[in-house]
Design a binder for this molecule. Structure first.
Ligand code: G1P
Length: 297
């Protein structure tokens, strides 16, 4: 199978963003900028870099800014063009040309598993990538896109693949945690035999957390349709994956990339500082400012 054969991606972005209230009341947390670019644009760019051409975003109330961001704004384009602001013009024209992007509303917030199930008819009978809209993996533009790496593993095995990140023991209760056996000598690909959503450290089969990127066979929808509400009274994607594992193998690719979780305050600030320091236009001045601030405070 050709690694570029996974062409569709699903990006759920319907959650309330309670850790970002009051901002998230009307501003989708996925639109929070890393310097000047919304997180979800970076996520879409990762998908496109991985060979994805069609994307379905699962959104909901107070998420309309996401739709607006990915549609052309002809008035703004004209204004920029009239004023000769060509660099800015190209930046905004690029966004609406990234992929064919579609939107659907999750009617009731019943969990990630429920959100993903809205993609069934969009996906049809093909494998697809799933990218959570509030997390970046690696620095955009540097190294191979993580979704593309998962697609390669998918094409080798023809079976489901998730990204895995090793987390400290005290954080295992925030994630889906995977157990299993390493397939390769370099401990990169895990054949998963156990998955538990947000376990206590005692229950956790390892410290390997599902890290916001998946490639699924389309059969996942059959299992989602039969998954009752689980942890936190939500339909958990991880529970559907557990049922699916009885019939279809599940692999995990251990990431070497750093994960930037924009959905929590501290990591959001850290990501902005790190990405700003990497930039030529504002990095040097910010570096001096932070040094001085650290001495003064
Ligand atoms: C979701 C998944 C969880 C996964 C996490 C990060 O949890 O349910 O298995 O580890 O995303 O990818 P959430 O962050 O929505 O609570």
């Amino acid at each position: 199978m050709n690694p570029t054969s996974v062409r569709k991606a699903v990006i759920p972005a319907a959650g309330f963003g309670t850790r970002f209230l009051p901002s998230a009341k009307s501003l989708p947390k996925e639109m929070l900028p890393i310097i000047d670019t919304p997180t979800i644009q970076h996520v879409v760019e990762e998908a496109v870099e991985s060979g994805i051409t069609d994307i379905l975003m699962i959104i909901g109330k107070s998420k309309r800014a996401i739709e607006e961001h990915f549609y052309p704004n002809l008035d703004l384009e004209k204004e920029l063009s009239d004023k000769g602001k060509i660099e800015e013009l190209e930046k905004i024209q690029k966004i609406s040309g990234l992929a064919n992007i579609h939107f659907i509303w999750q009617q009731e917030l019943k969990g990630l598993g429920d959100a993903v199930s809205y993609a069934r008819s969009f996906v049809g009978n093909q494998a697809f990538a799933l990218l959570l809209g509030d997390t970046l993996l690696g620095v955009p533009g540097e190294g191979a896109a993580v979704t593309g790496q998962l697609i390669e593993v998918f094409c080798q095995h023809g079976q489901n693949v998730v990204a895995l990140e090793e987390v400290p023991e005290e954080k295992v209760n925030r994630y889906g945690i995977a157990g299993g056996d390493w397939l390769s000598e370099n401990n990169a690909v895990l054949k998963i035999d156990t998955l538990i959503e947000k376990p206590s450290p005692d229950e956790a089969p390892s410290r390997l957390a599902i890290a916001s990127r998946y490639v699924f066979r389309p059969e996942i929808f059959e299992y989602l349709a039969n998954t009752p509400r689980g942890k936190n009274n939500e339909v958990q994607l991880t529970d559907a994956m557990v049922s699916m594992m009885a019939d279809h193998a599940m692999y995990g690719l251990k990431l070497t990339e750093k994960r930037y979780d924009i959905g929590n305050k501290l990591d959001f600030i850290k990501t902005n500082i790190e990405f700003a320091l990497r930039r030529d236009d504002i990095g040097p001045e910010l570096r001096d400012y932070i040094k001085k601030l650290a001495e003064d405070l």
